[in-house]
Design a protein around this ligand. Sequence first.
Ligand SMILES: Nc1ncnc2c1ncn2[C@@H]1O[C@H](COP(=O)(O)OP(=O)(O)OP(=O)(O)O)[C@@H](O)[C@H]1O
Ligand SMILES: O=P(O)(O)OC[C@H]1O[C@H](OP(=O)(O)OP(=O)(O)O)[C@H](O)[C@@H]1O
Ligand SMILES: O=C(O)c1cccnc1
Length: 498
Amino acid sequence: MSPQDKLGRNLSMLTDFYELTMSNGYLQNGMKDTVAVFDMFFRRIPDGGGFAIFAGLEQLIEYLSNLSFTEEDIGYLRSKNCFCEEFLDYLLHFKFQCDIWAMKEGTPIFPGEPVVVVRGPVIQAQLVETMVLLTINHQSLVATKANRVVRAAQGRSVFEFGSRRAQSYDGAVLGARAAYIGGCDATACVIADRDYGIPAVGTMAHSWVQMFSSEYESFAEYAKLYPDNCTLLVDTYNVLSSGIPNAIKCFNEVLLPMGYRPKGVRIDSGDIAYLSKKARKMLDEAGFDYVNIVASNSLDEYIIRDLLIQGAKIDLFGVGENLITSKSDPVFGGVYKLAAVQKGEEYLPKIKISESIEKITTPGFKMVYRFFSKETTLAVADLVTLHDEAVDASRPVTIFDPIATWKKKTLQNVEAVELLTPIFRGGELVYRSPELSQIRSYCLDQVDHLWDEVKRFEHPHTYYVDLSHKLWSMKNALLEEISSQNTGAPQINEGTSF
Ligand SMILES: Nc1ncnc2c1ncn2[C@@H]1O[C@H](COP(=O)(O)OP(=O)(O)OP(=O)(O)O)[C@@H](O)[C@H]1O
Ligand SMILES: O=P(O)(O)OC[C@H]1O[C@H](OP(=O)(O)OP(=O)(O)O)[C@H](O)[C@@H]1O
Ligand SMILES: O=C(O)c1cccnc1
């Protein structure tokens, strides 16, 4: 039987066709065992935010640990009439051999820095591109969005309610996982609880209320069944003249006599600020000041922020479609680029040229450090270095903007933390993913170590991601070399790659 993921699927063939044609080509060109280094990085933070959250590593590990090809897969590939038998045999006996370094899940990440580095035989390092990008792009997108929503809620709980509007199964289940990493407290998605241990929660739908001859009866029957977990949906008919009075009646006549404390009411339409304030007053006056008010209905970080500015009395937010699809900015544009090729003991840097400066890749086999101020404990800058370059933070470290090089900053009294952790060595897994709840706590803690200026929604401060002097010099030398080779020749075209 072929290895499977949590939903019973073998995802080894989830790769773009060109990965296979290139890998087949590398083999036929005698380059099969040439060691290449690829970086995954992203260029733009969704929603104009100041940082993103790295997520999806566990699913990438699962995929890479299970990477193997069945006779059926090989038969299918053979039917395409473009792969040589040697390549098909290579796939049939595939054994993963790459080294991988990655950020830990939950780490705040910034444009331009490698978040995953893959080093290994190019035939393999090429093949895994699609899944590296797919898993990390999706979950980082949702974790980033969730973290925005959670920050807007200012300490109030956020429940992820998005399964029904997610883009398919993995969008729902792994979206719930990513949302939890980003700081959501719970999910409505049952399988996400069963398989990932994300607390599953729920209230009731309008259909439940509509199924009974009266709103009160629907509340009373629900309360009798679930007395210790009773949140009533109060907006099916009229929140203030019907829903809240019936909820109070149900609490008094059903739950209190049973010896239970009611939990909450949910408002899912109308002017949520206005209704929540009125509902709070009514509940308080009836002696239920401890009953939570839950709000839902196409919420996002901006509406939540606005509701709180309006003084809405909401204890808990249920957020679905805008979170699970990251509707306002639904693409996390992480890319996977060749950075170096090993030659003997050396790494030949590889660069991808572009007309736009930001799109020129940073060559070389690299490492990323984050500097934390020992005084404030806040993150002050990231430094991308060559992989084996030592960073001595015991002395002042001068960093500079890699484009506007005159912009310099000297960091003193800082601690340097290596951000890329070894995940695979020679194809062997050397990393154990923490429990999901630990990843979530780590994420929230790391976000606490960012400056408020980086965290604001509008025009956040651009966090420094600089290159070490060695790396910057190497990149510039390469650019000089390329431009001198092109002297007299037509302009360097977009797409020129060395
Ligand atoms: N006080 C408020 N300030 C800002 N946005 C709000 C406020 N109250 C509700 N909203 C948001 O306004 C939108 C209202 O959506 P919509 O026009 O569908 O109204 P509705 O109340 O859901 O109507 P319906 O009764 O038909 O369901 C939702 O995204 C909701 O979160
Ligand atoms: O609006 P979202 O942020 O996506 O949150 C999830 C929504 O899903 C439910 O509505 P739906 O109309 O699907 O079912 P219902 O009949 O229970 O209201 C729920 O009442 C929320 O409004
Ligand atoms: O439990 C809920 O209240 C819920 C679940 C899914 C979607 N909307 C609401």
